[in-house]
Design a protein around this ligand. Structure first.
Ligand code: PLP
Length: 375
């Protein structure tokens, strides 16, 4: 039997100029974690996001979260309130600093951090005499979190927000780009994200001093001296000039990538939303999602698993929604403010193939396989 070509969940999609920027790095011998591509990539992101943002290109989104928390003075013994429904990279860096994540469940309109549970957690921690040091809110799957409400709570209790925008480059809330709302924001250019540098990330801030401090910490915290002198512990977290070349090419096609991912979502929505027991996550008013991954919910875990297995049989990659952090063995002893929302999403939800490079035939094969499985 002939094997069907594999349909990936979210694979890299190069444009036409990435190679040119990379070759330029070779031609000029800028094969280092600094150089014109790094500067050019940062400038392209700053222009795209607007709003007076400053960007530091780093080796990964995880590194950006680590440095971001450091810049918010998170340290040993501190508590950080973190969205539970996310990828582990949102929470892991809290522990690198000797601090402890406290997990907050989601609401159903955006699948992101619940403002009610967030405020409940803050009040409870304050009662215990422990003021949380920071909040990590995530625009999961590209859907903005409730920016207005979450940031009003941060302001009310004077707790800074680290905005995890790793999945949301190209999304907007009230017409303003995700990645511009937090005291610090974070982007990722990992291989499966909406644009990629194979591996990479960025720290975003409106405060140029924060960008400069991030670059300082990302390059081993070297003091200004002719010899190597250090007054602080540093990291090796800067982005390579070779990879930043890929990023410059990818920034030129970012808007096309967002359009293509949104078209995938619309296709699935139009083809499948008539099926009973199946639902999508619509965009709340004022929100624009890059639809990084097209997600849908089934009636039950059993149907979800039946569909996932049927897709796999046809060589189509799909994936359950993120397993919440408060259900992860590594975090099961952590305090959590939860109401079952993200647990239910995890059990019933599935991400469909969502790459910007999928063909109409790929989309049709996926939708038809899914339909057959549920009928
Ligand atoms: C991908 C991702 C990260 C981490 O980014 P890397 O570049 O892979 O380190 C952080 N948070 C979320 C929500 C992500 O999806």
């Amino acid at each position: 039997m002939e094997t069907l070509t594999k349909i990936w969940l979210s694979s890299p999609h190069m444009g036409s100029n990435e190679k040119r920027f990379v070759e330029e790095a070779f031609r000029t011998n800028w094969i280092a974690p600094l150089g014109p591509n790094v500067t050019g990539f940062e400038k392209a992101i700053e222009e795209y996001l607007g709003n007076g943002t400053h960007v530091a290109a780093l080796s990964s989104g995880t590194a950006a979260i680590h440095l971001g928390l450091k810049l918010l003075n998170v340290g040993p013994g501190d508590e950080v309130l973190c969205q539970s429904f996310t990828f582990s990279a949102s929470a892991n860096p809290i522990t690198y600093l000797g601090a402890r994540p406290i997990f907050i469940d989601s609401e159903l309109e955006t699948w992101n951090m619940s403002p009610e549970l967030l405020e409940m957690a803050i009040l409870q921690r304050l009662e215990e005499g422990r003021k949380p040091k920071a909040i990590i809110a995530v625009h999961l799957y590209g859907m903005p979190y409730k920016v207005g409400e979450i940031h009003a709570i941060g302001q009310k209790y004077d707790i800074p927000i680290l905005e995890d925008s790793a999945e949301a480059l190209g999304s907007t809330w009230a017409g303003q780009h995700c990645g511009t709302f937090g005291d610090i924001a974070v982007l990722s250019f990992n291989g499966n994200k909406i644009i990629t540098t194979s591996g990479g990330g960025a720290l975003v801030s409106k405060d140029i001093n924060k960008k400069e401090k991030a670059v300082f910490l990302a390059t081993q915290a070297r003091d200004n001296a002719p010899h190597y002198q250090h007054s602080e512990i540093g990291h090796n977290y800067r982005m390579s000039n070779v990879l930043a070349g890929i990023g410059r090419g990818q920034m030129e096609v970012l808007d096309e990538r967002v359009e293509a991912r949104r078209r995938n979502y619309s296709y699935y929505h139009d083809e499948l939303s008539g099926i009973t027991g199946l639902s999508f996550l619509p965009e709340p008013k004022g929100m624009f999602s890059n639809r990084w991954l097209s997600c849908l919910l089934f009636d039950s875990y059993a149907v979800r698993e039946k569909v996932r297995a049927a897709l796999l049989d046809e060589n189509i990659e799909s994936r359950p929604l993120w397993k919440p952090m408060h259900l992860q063995p590594v975090f099961e002893k952590n305090t959590a403010f939860v109401d079952g929302t993200s647990e239910a999403l995890f059990h019933r939800g599935l991400c469909l193939p969502s790459g910007s490079n999928l063909s109409p035939i790929d989309l049709e094969r996926t939708a038809q396989t899914l339909k057959k499985a549920v009928q």
